[in-house]
Design a protein around this ligand. Structure first.
Ligand SMILES: C[S@@+](CC[C@H](N)C(=O)[O-])C[C@H]1O[C@@H](n2cnc3c(N)ncnc32)[C@H](O)[C@@H]1O
Length: 295
């Protein structure tokens, strides 16, 4: 139904504007929103910054363009520079939001209620990660017997909490920044998940991955090539490996993971973001060295 409405909208817009004109107008709108957000961020106007980013986000999540049109737009003149600014603004926004949640959780008497029962923007943000985590649990077939490594966990690893809470598995969050790792560990304890969720203050390029049955590499964990080289050098061949990425216009929110940075792995299945979801997840397997695999 959602797709039908979107297709209808696209046809309607395409009837008003020829294809190239539609894309140009879309691009102009995106560029204006990014400039608004950048101006507000530089001017220190937090409210205008958040408002501009939310307006931009709804444009990027509307799923009106086909993959080919979205790629054409992303490749058009000036758009790579706009994308770089947009990704930076969203990354800052996400960190601030997570820091604010962590501070709020530190003040509340019931962190579990704050995270699972609240009625605010927090709930919508967390619902997005809960949906993403549920789709990943299904994609990798995660069960209570699994031991998961989550590289790039951040200070509020909802994904780790959700994997542990919904399947009973153990999760080690790997976070390069000391304060974020400490915050995440404190919240896991407050939620009563301390026996299942641990945090390692470390670079994902230096982890011994041999004990994990599932590895998730977050969208902001970098450098991807170094992390995957380390995984390939140490992980059990049966370990299921997931990597987050973006597609279509969502690449203006987070940079997409380049296939070359996954080597020696390649995508074998994808759980693709739709609707209010921003992140897609790839299920990886080793690149086939048979002649067909090289074709
Ligand atoms: C803020 S979280 C956001 C997670 C995001 N929502 C996702 O789904 O991937 C990303 C975290 O990755 C951490 N990070 C980036 N590169 C890393 C690496 N090589 N090893 C460990 N942590 C890393 C950053 O410090 C940051 O806290």
């Amino acid at each position: 139904m959602e797709r039908q409405i979107q297709d209808g909208l696209l046809r309607g817009l395409a009837g008003i504007f020829p294809g190239t004109e539609l894309l140009r107008r879309f691009g102009d709108h995106i560029q204006t929103r990014v400039e608004d957000a950048e101006r507000a961020a530089i001017g220190g106007d937090e409210e205008a910054y958040f408002a501009a980013l939310l307006a931009l986000e709804s444009l990027l999540l509307c799923d009106v363009l086909s993959d080919q049109e979205a790629q054409e737009l992303l490749d058009s003149d000036g758009m790579p520079a706009v994308a770089a600014v947009s990704q930076r603004l969203f990354a800052t926004f996400e960190s601030r939001l997570e820091d604010a949640f962590v501070a709020d959780i530190g003040r509340t008497r019931s962190p579990a209620r704050y995270l699972y029962d609240c009625d605010s923007v927090t709930r919508n943000y967390l619902a997005r990660y809960r949906g993403l985590a549920a789709a990943e649990v299904a994609l990798a077939g995660i069960t209570g017997d699994d031991h998961v490594a989550f590289v790039g966990a951040g200070s509020l690893p909802i994904t780790a909490f959700e994997y542990a809470r919904t399947t009973g598995c153990r999760v080690d969050g790997i976070e390069i920044l000391e304060q974020r790792a400490a915050d995440a560990l404190r919240i896991a304890d407050c939620l009563g998940l301390g026996s299942q969720v641990s945090m390692l203050r470390a670079d994902g390029q230096e982890i011994d991955f041999s004990k994990y049955s599932v590895i998730l590499v977050g969208v902001l964990a970098e450098p991807k090539a170094g992390i995957f080289a380390r995984i390939a050098g140490g992980a059990d061949p049966k370990t299921r490996i997931l990597c987050r990425t973006t597609s279509g216009l969502r690449q203006l929110i987070y940079r997409a993971t380049a296939p070359a940075s996954l080597l020696p792995y390649q995508a074998q299945a994808i759980n693709r973001a739709r609707g209010f979801q921003t992140l897609s997840t790839l299920h990886l397997g080793l690149v086939s060295l048979t002649p067909e695999g090289l074709g």
